[in-house]
Design a protein around this ligand. Structure first.
Ligand SMILES: Nc1ncnc2c1ncn2[C@@H]1O[C@H](COP(=O)(O)OP(=O)(O)O)[C@@H](O)[C@H]1O
Ligand SMILES: [Mg+2]
Length: 209
């Protein structure tokens, strides 16, 4: 790589940081739950039949960890390297979105990280870590709304959502929910609203100090 190329490359990197920062300032992702929705939609597009969301929110450990796991089509090692770099697209014809790079940026701003484990034909796990008391950390946001929206957009796919804090944990599993509904639709508006309230009440009860 000659000096000019290197210079262009560094400039693009810096520009990238500014664009990402601008998106965030512009209110694109004011809440971490927006990122969660975005990442879960990747799993849906990847034809997952099971998606797991695990949130570990700990004051004691001063961390907010988010794990999103799916059994979808997965990614090759090469692809995993590409997807967190918003500028890789300049060198290929494939369009790559900003969902993963934006979340990675948000994590790293909070002394955290985003790691991707993926295997073609097996699935993908996204591991995110935020320093909980970091001044740059966005609030988690409304998980009731988020889980309701996710469940409403699932077809032939189950969701397990587990939320843990220092005070306890709770789990929502659409397989169990469908059992209780006994043939009734999980996409029924009354059921969806109940799910939203149920999630919010449970998150609140384990988040209180
Ligand atoms: N869970 C996943 N399973 C398979 N491929 C994925 C997954 N998440 C992301 N990808 C791949 O990475 C690409 C980039 O994802 P993302 O940054 O969210 O942008 P976008 O969804 O807009 O393309 C996706 O287009 C997809 O090809
Ligand atoms: Mg996406």
């Amino acid at each position: 790589m000659n000096i000019l190329k290197l210079y262009k490359f560094i400039n693009l990197k810096i520009l990238g940081k500014y664009i990402l920062a601008f998106c965030n300032l512009g209110g694109e992702m004011k809440e971490i739950s927006m990122h969660i929705l975005d990442i879960v939609m990747n799993s849906v597009k990847a034809k997952a039949t099971l998606i797991e969301i695990l949130i570990e929110d700990s004051i004691k450990n001063n961390w907010l960890k988010i794990i999103i796991k799916d059994n979808g089509i997965g990614m090759s090692g090469e692809m995993v390297k590409k997807v967190t770099d918003p500028f890789y697209t300049t060198r290929t014809t494939r369009r790559v979105g900003l969902g993963l790079p934006m979340l990675k940026e948000a994590c790293e701003r909070c002394n955290g990280y985003l790691r991707i484990n993926s295997c073609l034909g097996e699935g993908t796990t996204i591991n995110c870590y935020f320093e909980k008391d970091n001044i740059d950390r966005a609030p988690l946001g409304n998980m009731g709304d988020t889980i309701m929206t996710i469940i409403n957009s699932l077809e032939n796919c189950e969701l397990i959502y587990k939320h843990e804090t220092d005070n306890g944990s709770f789990t929502l599993n659409t397989v169990e929910l469908k059992d209780v509904l006994d043939g009734g639709s999980i996409n029924d508006s009354e059921v969806l609203l109940w799910i939203k309230e149920y999630v919010n009440e449970n998150v609140e009860s384990i988040t209180k100090n």
